[in-house]
Each structure stands twice: as structure tokens, then as C-alpha cells.
Design a protein around this ligand. Structure first.
Ligand code: HEC
Length: 123
């Protein structure tokens, strides 16, 4: 009887240990299977190029105060400036970008916000 109890406890322990190691294996596989993390080069650059760079070119035109052409420029404005807040504003709200609208589709705004969440990865 005593031996059986030890056997059961040992089995339970083994189960717990193997369940834990399975979990971390799954986590690793999840990370490896995310083939398309959001990066500046793959995702964000095209959004800015297509929607912002007729004014935020280098040098900027139409009264825009800053260029948003390079990774460093876009990252700096997103990290230290108002870029992310401005693209989230509604048309007609003060400072909303792109100036004069239309507002970016929410899916593109989400990409830029996710880029921030991931730590502004370049490529
Ligand atoms: C039609 C021209 C035009 C377009 C297109 C445009 N902007 Fe602007 N942007 C401006 C002007 C003019 C200002 C200055 C007035 C102001 O601050 O609202 C400005 C200001 C900004 C600023 C504040 C810069 C600072 O540090 O003072 C940011 C950030 C910005 N725009 C981001 C964007 C983004 C991102 C896009 C594209 C999604 C965009 N803009 C599209 C004209 C434009």
C-alpha cells in the first residue's frame, strides 16, 4: 500500500513535469511559427509612403514640419512625437493625419500600433 502511494505520487510528479515541458515547447513553436512579425520595412514603410509622403517627404512640402521617409524619422516621431496619436484621431479632430483625411483604415492604424507594441522593429 505504501509503495503504491509512492508510485502514484511519482507518476503525478512526472505528469506535472512533462506537462510543463510540453508547455514551453509549445511556446517555442508558437514563436517560430509566427512568420510575419510587424516590422518597419515589411509593413509600416508602405503605409507611410502611400499616405503621408506627399507632404512628409524630405524635404517636407505643403507645410509639413518633419520628413517621414527613413526608419529613424518614422520611429522618432512614433516614439517621441505625436505620429501614433495623430493617425488615431478622427477626421476633423485637430491634428488628425493624414491632413485633410480620409482617416487610414483601422486595420492599417492597428499595424502601426502593433509595431509600437513590438518595440519598433526595423526589419
Ligand atoms: C496634405 C499634407 C499632409 C499629409 C498627407 C500628411 N500630413 Fe502630417 N502634417 C502636415 C502638416 C501641414 C503638419 C503641421 C500641422 C500640424 O501639426 O497639424 C503635419 C504634422 C504632422 C505631425 C506632427 C509633426 C511634429 O512633430 O510637429 C505628424 C506626427 C504627422 N503630421 C504625421 C503624419 C502621418 C503619419 C501622415 C500619414 C498617415 C501624415 N502626417 C500625412 C501635412 C500632412
Amino acid at each position: 500500500m505504501k509503495n503504491n502511494a509512492i508510485y502514484v505520487m511519482a507518476s503525478l510528479l512526472l505528469l506535472v513535469v512533462s506537462a510543463c515541458s510540453n508547455d514551453s515547447e509549445d511556446d517555442l513553436i508558437d514563436q517560430m511559427q509566427d512568420p510575419d512579425p510587424i516590422t518597419y520595412i515589411d509593413d509600416v514603410k508602405a503605409i507611410i509612403d502611400n499616405n503621408c509622403n506627399n507632404c512628409h517627404s524630405d524635404p517636407p512640402t505643403n507645410g509639413a514640419p518633419i520628413a517621414l521617409v527613413t526608419y529613424a524619422q518614422v520611429k522618432n516621431s512614433a516614439e517621441n512625437g505625436s505620429l501614433i496619436s495623430r493617425i488615431q484621431r478622427q477626421v476633423g479632430e485637430s491634428g488628425a493625419m493624414p491632413l485633410g483625411g480620409p482617416r487610414l483604415p483601422q486595420s492599417l492604424i492597428d499595424v502601426v500600433v502593433q509595431w509600437q507594441t513590438n518595440g519598433f522593429v526595423e526589419n
